[in-house]
Ligand binder design. Structure first.
Ligand code: NAD
Length: 480
């Protein structure tokens, strides 16, 4: 059976582009998941125009109507979790349980915002001047461009599109070109759930072609991806004044102190660093380990990593699927090579030969690194962690705070004073105690500090800040 053709969706209609790109299964590159028809710049302009035309009608639907659409879509996503999880694992390469979990989360996010839209978001209060009433209302921002990365093909789109629609905006959505199929399914589900034509448009294709159109002529851009692309978008909007929200790279430290439970430390490290093949913005990348536990921790990690199974993302019992594509695999290997050349001892990190051609790398740990080494200053985005030895907790905290990409940070300790001190003094936007640095809830704010984020937080009720604009009105009811 030939792979199905996926097209963009503009104003409710399927629109084919000028060229085509295969959606390749990274576990087995002979398996073509789908063919994506790439949109061109004119199609991007048409999508923006369709979203603009749909704005008055969608923004004036009642909260209940919006809630019904989001809830219905959430039910379908969750009801099809097995099938969509399989599709996601097949096109992105995270294991089936991880992929199914991500699909469930997308459904939960849709349902969460179906509830949020029914909550009060405004204020009514007395003025400081007698006899005057003040109201603060929340209005849609307008047309929102949603640009997403490949590593969470359905959850990240859901956590941007759901609040955008819930607060009355219309959307032009461009997923990463490595993962068009999960994105197409999400858009199809939302449109069939009752969105009017043009409220949610999908553009499949290259960011360099579509991005410039999507960042102009719209009222807001929410972007998750790499720092250079995010910075480019920000620069492009200086003269348009569009609102910009950026979620970018992370360099996430996990501190393991002498007071840590060794088993908990190892599980936090492997789940945080190698879960989803380490391809998470919140993945642990630097393990900062204090002197008293350092050697025992490395030995325990070596044992745990030897038992870590790598293979086809959809095979049962696998701990880790493949790396997403050959470029990312080459990048992972390059960083390991640089770490060796800068004096590290690398455990694991070898290409796995398998019966089928996939991008398999065993988990890697670079031991004996220092904070100034390349591997500790740049984002790798693969199943690769490094270890930095610290004299004591204070030194470990300083190392953890040395990064400029402060998305998530963690500490493993049984000492309450250390845990409390770390929560207060970490520079990261999210802090985990005795938990992996990755793995967050959808009903609370998400985001980093430093170079990691720009603009208001995502998720939870914090999303109201980005996806609405407030209006303050003054009324003198008794005025002549
Ligand atoms: P990327 O920056 O290459 O691409 C992200 C998206 O931007 C894709 O849809 C891409 O097509 C698009 N794009 C590319 N050029 C563009 C342009 N000129 N204008 C507009 N859009 C353009 O990132 P990626 O490789 O897909 O994802 C990996 C990166 O994403 C990592 O750096 C990771 O840390 C980051 N990430 C961050 C978070 C977070 O919440 N902080 C979450 C997931 C991933």
């Amino acid at each position: 059976m030939s792979p199905r053709l996926l097209t963009s969706v503009i104003d409710g209609a399927a629109v084919a582009g000028s060229d085509e790109r295969p959606d390749i299964n990274p576990s087995d590159v002979s398996d073509i998941v789908a063919i994506a028809s790439s949109a061109d710049a004119q199609m991007a302009a048409d999508a923006v125009a369709a979203a603009r035309a749909a704005l008055p009608a969608w923004s004036s639907t009642t909260p209940w109507e919006k809630s019904v659409v989001l809830d219905r879509a959430g039910s379908e996503v969750m009801g099809r979790a097995d099938e969509l999880g399989d599709l996601l694992a097949r096109e992105e390469g995270k294991t089936y349980p991880e992929a199914r979990g991500e699909v469930m989360r997308a459904g939960q996010i849709l349902k969460y915002y179906a509830g949020v839209v029914l909550q009060p978001h405004g204020l009514a209060l007395d003025s400081v001047r007698p006899g005057i009433e003040v109201t603060v209302t929340r209005e849609p921002v307008g047309v929102v461009s949603v640009i997403t990365p490949w590593n969470f093909p359905i959850a990240i789109p859901a956590w941007k599109i759901a609040p955008a629609l819930a607060f009355g905006n219309t959307v032009v959505f461009k997923p990463a070109d490595l993962v068009p199929a999960s994105a197409w399914e999400l858009v199809d589900i939302l449109n069939r759930a009752g969105l009017p034509d043009g409220a949610l448009n999908l553009l499949l294709g290259r960011g360099s072609v579509l991005g410039p159109v999507m960042t102009r002529g719209v009222d807001a851009i929410t972007f998750t991806g790499s720092i250079p692309v995010g910075r480019g978008i920000l620069a492009d909007t200086i003269d348009t004044g569009a609102k910009v929200q950026l979620e970018l790279g992370g360099k996430n430290p996990l501190v393991i102190t002498d007071h840590a439970d060794l088993e908990v430390a190892v599980e936090c490290a492997v789940q945080g660093g190698f879960g989803s093949t380490g391809q998470r913005c919140t993945a642990s990348s630097i393990l900062v380990v204090t002197a008293g536990i350092h050697d025992a921790f490395i030995e325990a990690m070596e044992r745990r990593m030897a038992a870590w199974t790598v293979g086809d993302a959809r095979r049962e019992g696998i701990d880790m699927g493949p790396v997403v594509d050959p470029d990312q695999l080459a990048q992972d290997e390059r960083y390991l090579q640089v770490a060796r050349s800068e004096g590290a001892r690398v455990i694991g990190g070898v290409r796995l030969e398998s019966a089928v051609d996939g991008h398999y790398l065993t988990p890697a740990l670079a031991v004996g690194t220092s904070m100034s080494d390349t591997i500790n200053t740049e984002e790798v985005f693969g199943p690769v962690m490094s270890v930095v030895r610290a004299g004591d907790y204070e030194e470990a905290l300083a190392a953890a705070n040395a990064s400029t990409m402060n998305l998530s940070a963690g500490i493993v300790t049984t000492d309450l004073a250390e845990a409390s001190h770390f929560k207060r003094h970490s520079k990261a936007g999210m802090v985990m105690v005795n938990l992996p640095t990755a793995g967050v809830d959808f009903h609370v704010p998400f985001g980093g500090r430093g170079q990691s984020s720009h603009g208001p937080r995502e998720q939870g009720t914090a999303a109201v800040e980005f996806f609405t604009t407030s209006k303050t009105s003054y009324t003198a009811p008794g005025a002549p």
